[in-house]
Write a protein that binds this ligand. Structure first.
Ligand code: AMP
Ligand code: MG
Length: 424
């Protein structure tokens, strides 16, 4: 439906004829008459003492076409058409979305997305993606479209389960991460990235971290012939570039979120996993032997070091098979995580890759898995994979950090979260 001479709320004249095509965001009857909040793509505006609407039985979230006369915040309605009438009671009110009530927030994400706060979040997220792409394009990385299914996907999932589907009678896995495709692509393109959607059935208890989704997005970067230190440098340049552009160009958005975002100073602190474990023990946070740091520990470390921290050289057995073992420190990978402050924890995970056929097979067996599961990747490894380094940056986690959101489900338009079904 096309409306001629439509007036967007944000562009309405102080005084004059208007034609609004808007959603009823709020409704209140006061002693002076009706107060109505209208919402369209340009924002929300409140009108007092609206004359001409009193008799219509309007409900919130109805879509109306109003022709009338506007004077300041008073609206005299000449003609009104209800194009979509919403029921009198809604399961979730877009005027007051409550991210603390995660079950409703997720179940009714089809209404949450109408809330002005989340419209701003998704507009901000598009800039996160744009600035990331600007940076990587400028550095000569080629963006590839990511696959969704494959006979095998990333097994290094920290307790999460992979999801499977049937494909011409074969079992295929939904992409838990595109790691193997990254190693495949750098043979020809050398510097690549995907903006890849990943699916993982996270343990139910990960809901309480506020930073685990079951469907999330990684900017997954890979760079042939680079070592882990090159990848770390690239990662922190990427993070600071995006934050810097937000601070310079999106002050208005940051202000709306009451966010005092600082550009972190480079170089970021780098410590080894072993040192991290020792430092955490000093403040009473124990790490189970040979295991990943706890979520609590990951949140604490940036606080201890006063900014973003890289953790390097994780014990081999904590990780997937695709990290290369350090030549000197046996039993440790040449890998890294970036932890951000304010309780954010891990946003980047990466490292230098194992590319030698025999070693990959050994690592897969070491994880107790059948190498046959990874047959196409092993066939490729026999042909040859170039050495490379790379990382994955969680887009929703990074958005959450940039805007200072409380929960990660606020940074996904249609969130799927640990343990909560059904959802859109
Ligand atoms: P991983 O390979 O599991 O370390 O994931 C790589 C990156 O993706 C992490 O550093 C996070 O930024 C992000 N990520 C991983 N798991 C999740 C999840 N369940 N929800 C949201 N982001 C995630
Ligand atoms: Mg990780």
């Amino acid at each position: 439906m096309k409306v001629k001479d439509r007036t967007y709320l944000a562009e309405a004249p102080k005084e004059g004829e208007v034609t609004f095509l808007s959603w009823i965001h709020g409704l209140r009857v006061t002693k002076d008459g009706l107060t109505i909040k209208l919402r369209d793509v340009s924002g929300v505006k409140e009108f007092k003492a609206v004359r001409g609407l009193e008799k219509l039985k309007l409900s919130k979230e109805s879509l109306i076409l109003i022709r009338g006369f506007k004077k300041g915040d008073e609206l005299t309605v000449k003609e009104v058409k209800v194009l979509v009438r919403a029921p009198p009671k809604l399961p979730l009110d877009p005027e007051r979305p409550e991210p603390d009530k995660v079950e409703d927030f997720v179940k009714y994400s089809y209404l949450t997305i109408r809330s002005p706060k989340y419209v701003k979040v998704f507009k901000a997220q598009q800039y996160v993606l744009k600035y990331i792409r600007d940076f990587l394009y400028e550095r000569g990385f080629t963006e590839l479209l990511s696959p969704l299914i494959s006979p095998c996907s990333d097994p290094g999932l920290r307790g999460a389960k992979k999801l499977r589907t049937s494909f011409y009678g074969r079992t295929y896995e939904l992409m838990s991460s595109v790691i193997m495709f990254k190693q495949t692509a750098v043979a020809s393109l050398e510097k690549i990235f995907f903006v890849a959607r990943n699916v993982r059935e996270e343990p139910k208890e990960n809901l309480s971290t506020g930073r685990h989704l079951c469907e999330f997005t990684q900017v997954d970067v890979e760079w042939a012939f680079a070592d882990m230190w090159d990848a770390i440098k690239l990662g922190e340049e990427l993070i600071t570039y995006v934050i810097e552009r937000f601070v310079d160009e999106r002050k208005d958005l940051l202000k709306e979120f009451d966010r005092d975002l600082e550009v972190p100073k480079r170089p970021f602190k780098i410590i080894s996993y072993d040192d991290a474990v020792r430092e955490l023990a000093k403040v009473g946070i124990e790490t189970p032997k040979g295991k990943e740091l706890t979520f609590e520990g990951e949140a604490k470390l940036p606080e201890l070091y006063g900014g973003p921290v890289w953790i390097t050289m994780y014990p081999k057995e904590t990780r997937g098979f695709y990290y290369i073992e350090d030549g000197e420190r046996r039993g440790y990978n040449r890998d890294f995580n970036l932890l951000l402050p304010e309780g954010q924890g891990e946003v980047i995970d990466g490292g230098e890759r194992e590319y030698r056929y025999e070693e990959i097979v050994r690592r897969i067996k070491g994880m107790g898995e059948d190498p046959a599961t990874y047959s196409w990747f092993l066939e490729l490894a026999k042909v040859g994979i170039p050495p490379s380094s790379g990382f994955g940056l969680g887009v929703e986690r990074f958005t959450k950090y940039i805007l200072g959101l409380k929960y990660i489900w606020e940074a996904a338009p249609f969130p799927k979260v640990p343990g909560i079904v059904p959802s859109p």
